[in-house]
Structure formats: structure tokens, C-alpha cells
Design a protein around this ligand. Structure first.
Ligand SMILES: [Zn+2]
Length: 348
């Protein structure tokens, strides 16, 4: 089968479009004919290489896929050949203390599929293999391209805002990177809970998109003083929740923009890991700084109901052929595209 493979870390030039063996299903696995995959920042971290994290080489990236099941292992009962599925990318043992409590992301064996798994075990190929328990039915109202862009960002944002920050009606939610893959989900989940999204993005057309998705307020990252604007919007009270994933560049402003007793929830740090923390804010203002990492399959199932009902919509900024994955990663690294990029392998 064709896939995008890299054998060493580096820029997009290390990505090679080449033939690799088609994966085979183990007893508890399914093999999926990939109709579409989606790009995530994990793909870029894996390609660049991350200190302290082992990326198994040669590597096929990709933690989101939508397609048709073409092979099932001998022990698989929940999925059959021909089923149209999407993938939940959290791989865990399903038997340990944490897994049996629904806390699969704390499992000692926890891995994000297509990022920490391998060698040659991700979505950006013509076929992929995952444990059957990691599949969910593809929402029938979505195309394969749309469906592929949903699971990773949806489960991540659902856990951040619903399970961790416990979003409530009326909450002011400041959303950084609001036109990106995570941001477009955050706006829609805020709207779903009747919260008031304050969307921050760095281009006028992206701000328009944020409004269409339900953001009540939009702020231009480069033209507005974000702190002053948040104070004005909230009548001086500041945001109840700050949705963080950008890290070092925005963290100091996130702390400024947070109300007394408010919650910053974060799932990443695309602009850097080291940020200053004024501990006085923790005790004096009794603020909450919460970490969040992916989510469990149950959270994804809960969130998917709102995709099926049309309340949460995929935002596909571009569809590219599998061989153009490097171009897709370029577009992501330069924040050129709003929403998600779907990747389509050659038709069989
Ligand atoms: Zn476990």
C-alpha cells in the first residue's frame, strides 16, 4: 500500500510517499481501508522529534482516520467487515486500575495511536490497523473527509471544557487559536452549553468563521489588546474559563484575563512549554489551572451525539491528497488554514 513514511526526524522533506506492507489484524484488531485521515499537531511533533519521547521509526503518522473495515481479528465481536468507522486514538490496556475506572489516559501503557505507536502504525496510508475497541461508527450525516477531522479534537476539547472545566450556561470562555482545529470545537461546545465564547484569532476571515460557528465576541490577536477587551466584554469581571493550548506566548495574558476563582484549562503548548507563574494568583484569587490530555472513549461517544444531531459541525479548511501531506503540515505550521485539513489516499 502507499503511505507517507519517515525514517529520520526533520522538516517536511523527510516525509516520503512510498510502498509499505499492508497491516494485518491481530486477534483483537481491525484493518480499515482509509477513506480519509486528518492532520494534527502530533504529526508535526513526531516528524520533528520531541525530547524525552520515543518515536518509533520508520514512522507513519496520523491519529485520525475514517474508512471501511476490511478485516477483523478472530476475537473481534463489536465490528464487522463493511462497517464504516472512525477511530478513537487513545490506546490503553483496558484492564489496569486506571482503565477500569474510565481513566485510560493514566494507563501505564497509554499511547496515542499514530503518534506514540509504531513502527509504521498510523492513519496516513491506504490502510491502517487499530484495536477493534478503538472504533466508533462513522456519523452517517458526515462525509469520510468530514468524519476523519472530528475525533481527536472533539474528545480533547470535550474533556477540557465539559469534564475538566465544568462549563456552565453564561460562562465567558476565552478561546485562543479559535479558528484552529481545537478552537472551532471549543466555540461550538461553548455554544452548546449556552456559554459565551470570546474567540481570539489572527485574521479577519478567521474571525468571521468564528462568528458563524457561534462566537459571541471576536478579538483580533494582533490588533486588539486582549486583556483590555476581555475586561470590557465581561464588565470588569474577566473570563470564567480560559481555553489554552498555545502555551508560553499566551499564558501570561491568560492569567491576566481570568476572573477570581476562574479556571484555565490547557492541553498543549504550541508556542513553548516554559511560562511564568505568579503563585500569588493561585491562593489569593483562588484560580484553578487544569491540565487535560485527550479523553476517554466514553467522552468521545457522549460528544459524538452532538455531531450526529448537527449541533457540532466539522470545519474542513482543505482536502489534500495523501502524497501532499508535507504541504498540509506546512499549512498547519504557518497557521494558514482555518479548521482542519483532511487527507485522502488514492482510490482503490
Ligand atoms: Zn490500562
Amino acid at each position: 500500500m502507499k503511505a507517507i513514511v519517515f525514517e529520520q526526524h526533520g522538516g517536511c522533506e523527510v516525509l516520503k510517499y512510498r510502498d509499505t506492507p499492508r497491516p494485518k489484524a491481530g486477534p483483537n484488531d481491525v484493518v480499515i481501508k482509509v477513506k480519509a485521515s486528518a492532520c494534527n499537531f502530533n504529526d508535526i511533533w513526531a516528524r520533528r522529534g520531541l525530547p524525552g519521547m520515543k518515536i518509533l521509526l520508520p514512522h507513519i503518522s496520523g491519529s485520525d482516520a475514517a474508512g471501511t473495515v476490511v478485516e477483523t481479528g478472530s476475537e473481534v465481536r463489536n465490528v464487522k467487515v463493511g462497517d464504516e468507522v472512525v477511530v478513537h486514538c487513545g490506546i490503553s490496556c483496558r484492564q489496569c486500575y486506571y482503565c477500569t475506572r474510565g481513566e485510560e489516559y493514566f494507563c501505564p501503557d497509554f499511547k496515542i495511536w499514530g503518534f506514540q505507536t509504531g513502527p509504521l502504525d498510523g492513519a496516513h496510508g491506504e490502510y491502517c490497523k487499530v484495536p477493534a475497541v478503538n472504533t466508533l461508527p462513522k456519523p452517517p450525516n458526515l462525509s469520510f473527509e468530514e468524519a476523519a477531522t472530528i475525533p481527536l479534537v472533539l474528545v480533547t476539547v470535550w474533556r477540557m471544557l465539559v469534564s475538566r472545566a465544568k462549563i456552565q450556561a453564561g460562562d465567558f470562555v476565552l478561546i485562543w487559536g479559535a479558528a484552529g482545529g481545537l478552537g472551532v470545537m471549543a466555540i461550538q461546545i461553548a455554544k452548546l452549553f449556552n456559554a459565551r465564547a470570546i474567540a481570539v484569532a489572527s485574521a479577519d476571515d478567521k474571525l468571521e468563521l468564528c462568528k458563524t460557528l457561534g462566537a459571541e465576541f471576536v478579538l483580533h490577536r494582533k490588533k486588539h489588546d486582549i486583556f483590555q477587551e476581555v475586561r470590557k466584554i465581561t464588565d470588569g469581571r474577566r473570563a470564567d474559563i480560559v481555553f489554552e493550548h498555545t502555551g508560553a506566548e499566551t499564558w501570561p495574558i491568560s492569567m491576566q484575563c481570568l476572573k477570581w476563582g476562574g479556571t484555565i484549562v490547557t492541553c498543549g503548548a504550541t508556542s513553548g512549554f516554559d511560562a511564568h507563574l505568579d503563585i500569588r494568583l493561585l491562593w489569593n484569587k483562588q484560580q484553578n489551572y487544569l491540565g487535560s490530555h485527550l479523553g476517554n472513549k466514553g467522552e468521545l461517544i457522549d460528544a459524538m451525539r452532538f455531531v450526529e444531531s448537527g449541533h457540532i459541525k466539522p470545519v474542513v479548511g482543505q482536502v489534500l491528497a495523501l502524497k501532499d501531506l508535507g504541504k498540509a503540515q506546512d499549512l498547519m505550521e504557518t497557521s494558514t488554514i482555518a479548521g482542519k485539513i483532511a487527507i485522502v489516499p488514492p482510490a482503490a
